[in-house]
Ligand binder design. Structure first.
Ligand code: AMP
Ligand code: MG
Length: 326
């Protein structure tokens, strides 16, 4: 696969549309009430509309590929959610004018839970809580072949092109292909900048990124670890897989995700890490769980063989793994 391969072109085209859609919904729906799914996680109109567009675009071009995505249309089809389904359909209609509500639900349900030799995994909005706060979120698209992530794309509409220039331009894509490196592009999929992780060797100069939500990671444990490594700079709290992107860009050295004490046995979802992990790795970084095991995307939708996540610039990986054991 190279940048002209149909898979890459398809992923970029799908991400351009989904980013436009999410930005539009974000602008229109200030104070939007999310639906709470059975696991209490919020789903918004944007999650459903984004998934409908991504699934339709990919399925039309790769009819034989399995798609494993976060949402399904069960909640959306409930009679008391008919107004939301109408809104989802209206937003999808801006891109596909003839789409009916029934079709929109059927596109969302192109997603299955079955892992096959070759499949796409999608998070239509990763970091829904960040999206609702007008903070960071990402549209995540990954292709997995025989258990290996071969293509990853993260669209981050609200992320500064350089986090150290908070008055600068916002919105970018991160794209990585196995063995071909990581690049950043704009939200139209244009302009190309090669990415590489930071060269920091001394843990005391390292910086860390972590989730905003205290239920998603053990902030206190992270703080203790940072102290152990003599890291003095405050952590960057950020929602979504944008965290992988800022490690890939070399803006932070580490991304740590130790399960929160509120859910110590939490198993990560494949769509929350597939795209991000290849982007950090292809920029020269290293990605394992907090025990040093490689991420395993082949077991099902849950990464049952992994515990937590550690992303680093590679150089500091073993030092951090050792500190995590103490
Ligand atoms: P982040 O924005 O990095 O905090 O991660 C957002 C993702 O965290 C969501 O897409 C959820 O799938 C996932 N998530 C939900 N509950 C938990 C949990 N208890 N621990 C870790 N991740 C979680
Ligand atoms: Mg997610």
């Amino acid at each position: 696969m190279d940048e002209h391969s149909p898979e890459v072109v398809t992923a970029i085209q799908a991400a351009v549309k989904a980013s436009e859609l999410c930005q539009k919904i974000r602008k229109d729906l200030v104070g939007e009430e999310p639906i709470l799914k059975s696991d209490r996680s919020p789903v918004t109109i944007a999650d459903f509309a984004s998934q409908a567009i991504l699934c339709k675009w990919i399925r039309e071009r790769f009819p034989h590929d399995t798609i494993v995505a976060e949402e399904d249309s069960k909640e959306l089809k409930r009679p008391d959610h008919s107004k939301i389904l109408g809104q989802v359909t209206d937003y999808v209609n801006a891109f596909i004018p003839t789409a009916s509500s029934k079709e929109v639900c059927s596109w969302i349900d192109f997603s299955s839970n079955v892992i096959t030799d070759r499949f796409w995994t999608l998070d239509p909005i990763d970091g829904t809580k960040g999206f609702l706060r007008a903070d960071q979120y990402a549209i995540a698209i990954a292709l997995i072949e025989n258990g290996v992530v071969t293509l990853g794309l993260l669209a981050c509409p609200n992320l500064y092109v350089n986090i150290h220039q908070p008055l600068g331009e916002k919105g970018c894509f991160f794209i990585a292909l196995k063995g071909k490196g990581s690049i950043q592009m704009d939200l139209k999929g244009l302009g190309k900048r090669n990415l590489s992780v930071s060269k920091i060797k001394n843990p005391s100069e390292a910086t860390m990124t972590e989730s905003v939500e205290p239920d998603h990671a053990d902030h206190l444990f992270h703080q203790r670890l940072a102290k152990k490594l003599n890291m003095s700079k405050p952590s960057f709290r950020m929602d979504s897989q944008a965290k992988y992107g800022i490690v890939a860009r070399g803006e932070v050295t580490l991304y740590l995700r130790v399960p929160s004490p509120s859910e110590p046995g939490y198993k990560e979802n494949i769509w929350d890490h597939a795209a991000g992990s290849i982007i950090a790795e292809e920029a020269g970084g290293k990605v394992t769980d907090i025990l040093g095991h490689p991420l395993d995307f082949s077991c099902g939708i849950k990464m049952v063989k992994n515990h937590g996540i550690l992303v680093s610039n590679g150089i500091l990986h073993d030092v951090v793994l050792k500190a995590l054991k103490m």
